[in-house]
Design a binder for this molecule. Structure first.
Ligand code: MN
Length: 723
């Protein structure tokens, strides 16, 4: 039941000169590794790699390719490693398997704009054409057994195959795989339409076979009589190509198509020069439809396809005028059409293939590039001016989007390619989850993640390693626009924002508030330079602010009033906190309670009284009772400035967005400040106001960092301390 014998038989049939023992060993190695694993069909897993190897045999493989086909799922799906494979089968095989493993990681999310990139990536990731051929055969067999897979998965795989794998087979000229894949995809993606066309085609064949055979025979006899040595065959077009044709022409039945089948005339290779002679003879004998003549010998299709196509009327019964398509080619052209790029192994020494400069020893990707540049002219034009395709690498965003970059590109090139802001604010890059330097050279298939910080800016140093012209230009542009005036303007904006936040007047035209700075008298020029430095991010606005206004000036008397109000509202719990902010000289843990008879004001004048049983009660110095109490028992109680807290109210305006409060809470928890109450209300449809009541701060820096961090939350439009 294991199909390995079929593989051996086919090797024999093709007379491939392989070391069958080594192939047997690969089979045993794979069978052992996959032991116990099953396909969705229920068959032992090993049947799959064998089927893939059997398919590979159609494409003139070398021995390593067959071995790699047998091992292609071993390193990914079993506990055998690439090293194990290398130990037994050598580096060529293990490299092929590595390439296949890498390709299997490219999963498409299949949305139009990405598809073209994905195809390019697929192709360029495989540094060896053999990897692609094996991969195509792998996908071919998976498509053939797709009925065993879950329904949703079927659709995804079929779509991916149609969008990525079939076009690659087509670009490489491998029509055999291309049309097989397309028909299979068609079957799974549009089962009803598939059935309709299939039964129509069956009907057509049963009605026309006889007739087609007659045409074929007639043509063969006649050509032989003219002295040509030819084989003549007829073939029906594939279901999918008929479907596309019907759709394109807006037709509903295949009866209305006159090229449902084609007759193919194949000449021996040595008779290549007779191609046109044969064509001419046919055109003399039957009437050609001039519009339908195509010379793909003089001008091959972008993927290398060569053949003469003509349609003639009158072949067949006298009263029958249906046009018949005839394709004329040599055996080599025929093999090329079926197996595309793979047939060049077969013909690599032949004279006939030289016209294409197709040398398999040199980089086959070059050939593919030529195909591509002619195939996708418009799309490639812009790219061609800067970079050639073979100098490109393809990397992924964490979401799996493919980005196309030149060789040598760095994470910063990548960031600018995704979005200008991502480049401007890039601080850290991860490649395949590991942190790398910003000038790290990216490789094909890398997953690149960029970490940004809003305050981070481009660095002149980047210009020393950036590879893409657009990234360089964006960085230069950034510096250019960040000229002196601009920097001053930015600096002014930043500083004003802080001043406003702290309830202070904004900068005047003379910048007079900066006149006395750190004990120096600054000229207007100096003041502007200071602003420029703020604008450039060399000096932090908050540190400038600290030099303009002292803490006392920021936390002004109004705040004491605030505290009094607060006190009134507060119940016992917060009064206890008040006691915690007091110290008694000489006592490490004084037992303090607030007196019931008077109102102690935060930071107001206080005095302690030692009681018999309640420790020390704290009174206001203006309390009437304390004045009449025993002066000997009075003790000095002080406010502990170190742990004393100031309370500020903060008002935040923001554009409403989901998740804001979550982000806000996260920021606040990082700052570690206590907020006594907050109030969230709508201003209008889009704007909200968040009011923080009595945030406890112990110093200037707390306040600055609180305001700075809140300002950096997305959506916040203003933050200010309320007086
Ligand atoms: Mn596989």
């Amino acid at each position: 039941m294991i199909n390995f014998d079929n593989l051996k038989a086919k090797i024999k049939k093709h007379a491939y000169d392989f070391d069958v023992k080594r192939i047997q060993l690969a089979f045993e190695f794979a069978a052992h590794a996959h032991e116990g694993q099953k396909r969705f069909s229920g068959e032992p897993y090993i049947t799959h790699p064998i089927e893939v190897a059997i398919k590979v045999l159609d494409f003139y493989p070398d021995e390593d390719m067959v071995v790699a086909a047998l091992l292609h799922d071993v390193s990914e799906d079993t506990d055998r490693t690439l090293e194990d494979i290398e130990d037994v089968f050598g580096p060529t095989v293990s490299n092929l398997v590595r390439g296949l493993e890498k390709l299997s990681k490219v999963r498409s999310r299949i949305d139009e704009p990405e598809i073209e990139n994905l195809r390019k990536m697929f192709v360029s990731m495989a540094t060896d054409i053999r990897v692609i051929l094996i991969k195509l055969c792998d996908r071919w067999h998976n498509m053939e057994t797709l009925q065993y897979v879950r329904k949703e998965k079927q659709e995804r795989i079929a779509r991916e195959t149609l969008n990525v794998y079939a076009p690659i087979a087509s670009r490489l000229g491998i029509y055999k795989i291309k049309s097989a894949l397309e028909d299979l995809c068609f079957k799974f993606l549009q089962p009803k339409m598939y059935d309709v066309i299939r039964s129509e085609l069956e009907l057509y064949a049963s009605q026309n076979n006889n007739f087609i055979d007659k045409e074929k025979d007639l043509l063969h006899k006649w050509l032989t009589k003219q002295g040509f040595k030819v084989t003549v065959s007829a073939r029906l077009k594939t279901l999918f190509s008929i479907y596309k044709k019907l759709k394109r022409k807006g037709l509903s039945s295949i009866d209305s198509l006159y090229d449902v089948y084609a007759i193919r005339v194949v000449l021996p290779n040595e008779d290549e020069l007779k191609l046109y002679e044969l064509l001419g003879k046919i055109h003399q004998r039957w009437t050609p439809i001039s519009k339908r003549f195509k010379d793909y010998v003089a001008v091959p299709k972008p993927n290398g396809y060569r053949s003469l196509h003509t349609s003639v009327v009158g072949l067949g019964p006298k009263d029958f005028n249906r046009p018949v398509e005839i394709q004329i080619r040599t055996q080599e052209m025929h093999d090329e059409a079926e197996s595309g790029v793979a047939s060049h192994w077969l013909y690599k020494d032949s004279k006939a293939s030289k016209h294409k400069n197709f040398d398999m020893q040199t980089n086959w990707i070059d050939a593919l590039n030529t195909f591509q540049s002619t195939a996708d002219n418009s799309e490639l034009m812009q790219g061609l001016q800067m970079d050639m395709f073979n100098d490109r690498i393809f990397v992924l965003t964490p979401n799996g989007d493919v980005k196309d970059l030149p060789v040598g590109a760095t994470p910063i090139d990548f960031a600018y390619n995704v979005h200008t802001d991502l480049g401007h604010h890039c601080v850290l890059a991860k490649v395949n989850s590991l942190v790398v330097s910003l000038d790290h050279e990216l490789k094909n298939g890398d997953v690149v993640e960029i970490v940004t910080r809003k305050t981070s800016e481009p660095n002149q140093y980047w210009l020393t390693f950036l590879v893409t012209a657009s990234a360089r230009q964006k960085v230069k542009h950034w510096f250019k626009t960040r000229d002196f005036d601009k920097n001053i303007k930015t600096g002014r904006e930043i500083l004003n924002k802080y001043l406003l936040s702290f309830g202070k007047p904004i900068l005047d035209s003379d910048l007079s508030v900066l006149k006395n700075f750190k004990g120096d008298r600054l000229t207007v020029n100096d003041r502007e330079k200071l602003l420029e430095e703020i604008g450039l991010g060399k000096i932090l606005a908050q540190s400038v602010l600290k030099n303009i206004y002292s803490f006392d000036e920021i936390i002004s008397k109004t705040d004491d009033k605030k505290v009094e109000e607060l006190k009134k509202i507060k119940e016992e719990k917060s009064l206890k906190n008040l006691v915690n902010s007091m110290i008694v000289c000489g006592l490490s843990e004084p037992n303090l309670t607030l007196s019931d008879c008077c109102d102690v004001k935060y930071l107001g004048p206080i005095i302690g009284y030692v009681t018999r049983d309640k420790g020390i009660t704290v009174h206001s110095t203006i309390c009437k009772n304390i004045k009449s109490m025993n002066p000997d028992r009075r003790v000095e109680v002080l406010w502990d400035k170190k742990i004393a807290k100031w309370f500020v109210d903060i008002e935040i305006l923001l554009l409403d967005r989901p998740g804001f409060l979550r982000d806000f809470t996260e920021v606040i928890s990082k700052v570690g400040l206590k907020i006594h109450d907050l109030n969230y209300q709508s201003v209008d449809d889009n704007n909200k106001k968040l009011f923080l009541h009595s945030v406890e701060i112990t110093n200037y820096d707390d306040l600055i960092s609180l305001i700075r961090r809140i300002s950096s939350i997305a959506g916040v439009t203003s933050v200010s301390k309320v007086n």
